[in-house]
Every structure is written in structure tokens, then in C-alpha cells.
Design a protein around this ligand. Sequence first.
Ligand code: NDP
Length: 449
Amino acid sequence: MTPVLDENIEAIYQQVKSRNPGEEEFHQAVREVLETLGPVLVKYPEFARERIIERVCEPERQIIFRVPWQDDRGEVQINRGFRVEFNSALGPYKGGLRFHPSVTLGTVKFLGFEQVFKNALTGMPIGGAKGGSDFDPKGRSDGEIMRFCQSFMLELYRHLGEYTDVPAGDIGVSGREIGYMFGQYKRITNRYESGVLTGKGIGWGGSLVRKEATGYGVVYFVREMLRTRNETLEGKRCIVSGSGNVAIYTIEKLHQLGAKVVACSDSGGVVVDEQGIDIDLLKTLKEVERRRICDYVKYRREAVYQPGGNIWDVPCQIALPSATQNELNGRDARTLVRNGCIAVAEGANMPTTPEGVRVFLEAGIAYGPGKAANAGGVATSALEMQQNASRDSWSFEFTEQRLDEIMTGIHTLVSETAEEFGAPGNYVLGANIAGFIKVARAMLALGLI
Ligand code: NDP
């Protein structure tokens, strides 16, 4: 059953729905946060008086623009670009760019909304934003990707700046795309402004560990969740959905810490490798050769490829959804619980449907929502900004140590907040409330903005 909202909060939610028609993912993300905020308004009546929730649900600025570009056949293509600058109470807008045909304004808004609270949890001085385009990079040549990125930046550049708005990557945007966009920004502005984008390459302003950070951070978060239950990762059987940036480095760190990942996936199907996913092979296929996961079994004869398979049917102790939103539903959650899963942590943003979340919470398993569990990526982006600002570059070990401390700190903050608000072990409630309070306090301090 869907939880009932507090009367005042229900009115706010209905207003969000009617002001943002058809943006179902945004409604879902807002509702999930609002469901947990009732006790906060009781404890802090000034937040209600100053209408902080209503203000937090309304982006500060939304930019939608045309992105025309020419494909390799000389034909003109038109895409739509978005940047939703959601909240800058804690620092410059910060959040990734997603290039995927499914991207709509509602997608970008849901991601931007989540980003506000996630960024607050990191304790770093960054506001929240998200952007992207309905451009599909699959099957496009390097030249096409470059021309698209240049056209995209030709409009977006005027909204960016190291103290204004600092994008990074997300689905379909990694080092290659960041490079083309950074090059175009530099050319238009005649400024080598390293801090305007994060996820840059090593050697031209990027930070060591940024590529690995989201996945590594998720695993540190799982380690901490297990620690509270006197468990470790050693010998645990894991599954990780997706096979992109987040999935690859989640798998790598799980293996380093003694767990065994037996399955991963992409939008075409699932690979099951009972010997443990071969991370070097996966990296070569995905990062170097940009191939599909089905090719994995050509090199590992003991592995099985299930076209169109459902990864959540593979029995495991720990599940890490790391592909996309709403990829794990109520049925999948029940299957995982029935198969003995003890922990779930979200590498992806909002990968679990509301029904799935309820199943995990009711079953009492350790469930780390994306806002908390995948915050290591943006936290390390903020470390990249620090290095750029001081024209310094830190070692891998030092940066990874900082990431570990940040993730451990987020786990502590979220657990303590859950306990303070009477729901020990509920990381959803803890993350929403802890993130919201930080943003709300800053908004109060800054006056009516
Ligand atoms: P990538 O583009 O590197 O990889 C995405 C992976 O997810 C691919 O395997 C892709 O498969 C799969 N996927 C994407 N869309 C779908 C879909 N509609 N159905 C099934 N599979 C899909 O992206 P990232 O790894 O960077 O991002 C993955 C998730 O992590 C996203 O939710 C993102 O928002 C989140 N995230 C990313 C951060 C980062 O630092 N990159 C930080 C925090 C969160 P296919 O190739 O077949 O499309």
C-alpha cells in the first residue's frame, strides 16, 4: 500500500503534480522525499513557515534548447538539450549530463531534484543540477559524437562557470564526451577554466579516482551497512546490473574486497559467470572497444548470456542496481528477498520502484538508496574542483582515502539521522531528512531566494 502523506505535504505534492504535468519520474522522486519529511516539519516549524519544501520542489532555472548537428552522411539532425539548475543554496550547481534517447525534461528534473539532497549529504560546497539530451550516442562515430558535443556546448556554455554551474558525466557521457565539451567551452570563452566540468581526463585537469568513484563509493557504503550488522563483504555472492562506468568500478572494488560478482547486464541481456566476472575482459570490451555485453561469452566459455534476461532472478546475497531508473520492481524485490539477499545499494539513480523500496524496507534488509550510496561520484567531482582551484593534483591513494572517508561519513550521518527520527536502519528516511535539513538551513540563512 502507498504510504499516506501528511495533510500539508499532500497539498504540496498535488501542486507539484499539477505544475509539472506528465513528468512521472519527477513526481516519483518528489513523493519519495515528501513521504519522509512529516516529522521534520514538526521539529522545525520554521521550514513550513518559510515554505522551504515548496521552494525546494521548484527548480531555480530550467533551460531547454535546440541542438542541431550534422551526421557523417551530411544530414542535419536535431536534438533537444536540457539543463535544470535546481538549487544553489550550498554552492554552484553540480550534476551530470545524460545522453540517452529516453531523456525528457521530467527525467532531468527527477535527477536534478535527487542531486540536491545527494550533494548536501557529501558535505561538499555544491548545489544540485542535472542536464542532458535525447541524443543517442549508440552506433555514432567519434566525429558525430564530437559534432554533437560541440553544438550542445555552443548553447550550454553561457550558463556554466566554475562558480556558477559545473556539469559532469552520466549515462552516455564519459571522458570522451567531457573532452569534446571542454574543448568547445575553452574555444568559445578563450579561458582554460578547468573547474567548469568534472570527469576530465588525467593530464588535462581530471582527478585520479573520479572514473572509479561512484562504483567504489557504492561498495564502501555497502561495507558500512554490513558492518552495522556484523557482516563483511568477504565471500559474498553479488550481482551488479548494467555494464557501464558505475557497474564496472562497483565490480572491481567488490572483487578487491573479497566478494564475488556473478552477473552483470546491459539493455540487451544478462551475463552470468559463476567463476566471477572477469573485470579486465569487461573493461576491454566496454571501455576500449565499446562493444556489447553479449560478446563477453565469446571469451569466457563457462559464462552464459541470457538475451532479454532479468538479472534480479539470479540468486545473490548482495544486489547493486547500477543501470537506470525503475529497473527493479516489486516483483524483482520479492525475488531477491526470497533468494536470501541481505543488502541492496543503488549505484543508479532511483533504480528501485516505490513498491520495490517498500518490499526491501518491510523485509528489513540493508537498503542504501542512490542519494546516499552513489554520492561518491559527485563527491570526487568536488575533489576534482578543489584540485583545479588550487592547480594541484593528488595521488590515487590520497584521493581514494578522501572518498572512503566521505562515504563512511555519509553512512554515519544517514544512520544517525534515521535513529534520531525514530526509524533506525531506514536509510531512505535518514538520507532524505539529513540532506533536506542541510539545504533548508542554508536556504533560511540566505533569505528569500
Ligand atoms: P553508462 O552510460 O556508463 O552505463 C549505463 C549502463 O546502464 C549500460 O550498461 C546501459 O546498457 C545500462 N542502461 C542504461 N539505460 C538502460 C535502460 N533504459 N535499460 C537497461 N539498461 C540500461 O552510465 P553510468 O554507469 O555512468 O550510469 C549508470 C547509472 O548510475 C545511472 O542511473 C546514473 O544516473 C547513475 N550515476 C552515475 C554516476 C556517474 O558518476 N557516472 C554518479 C551517480 C549515479 P546499454 O549500453 O545497453 O544502454
